[in-house]
Design a protein around this ligand. Sequence first.
Ligand SMILES: O=C(O)CCC(=O)C(=O)O
Ligand SMILES: [Fe+2]
Length: 218
Amino acid sequence: MGNYPCPMTLTSESIAARLAAHDGVQRLPTPKAELFQLRGFAGPDLWAELIAMIDAGRRPSTIADDNGDPVFRTSETCDLPAGLPAVERVEAMLTSLSGLDPVFGEPLQGQRYAIGQEFKPHTDYFSPGGRDFAKFCTLSGNRTWTFMIYLNDVAAGGATRFKLLDKTFQPEAGKLLCWNNRLPDGGINPATLHHGMKVRQGVKYVITKWYREKPWRG
Ligand SMILES: O=C(O)CCC(=O)C(=O)O
Ligand SMILES: [Fe+2]
């Protein structure tokens, strides 16, 4: 575990406090969820490199807990494996921002949305009792924190809407959003429901990093 605190002692308050203390980080003023925004995270060169990687390596996105809606998530996804220099740079920046031990992190992913593509309202945690829960959570536990960075400005559409928090974030190159998918008692937080809305003009690129309750074991 290197120099990182043991996960059992790493409370959500300590992560939230660390994020809140970081220069430029803004917390959404709501008691319903821990959600933060940071603009100007890294710079255009890194984002351009990642966008080129996503364009080259994309495949149709998939969903867990398939609900039978074939157009629930219509974007494309690209795995961004550790070891590539641009990926390592992002990983190091995220670790330094959050203090979350990288052993809990799933591999970084890129998402690409062309015009009309979206990811309908969903939560990033897996629903206990959902049909894929055991498949996705037995080894590494459920998802804890989500970090998402918009890589580009989108001409129209492509916002991320948190309906239950009454908040919509517009894509903007280098804007990072992160939130705790859990409540302070460790249970899942349904208020984190969010919708990657349809792109109306242009193409939208984001990268996503999810953390688990236990060390990630693919
Ligand atoms: O693209 C977005 O705005 C949201 C993406 C998202 O929710 C996800 O990948 O889990
Ligand atoms: Fe999501």
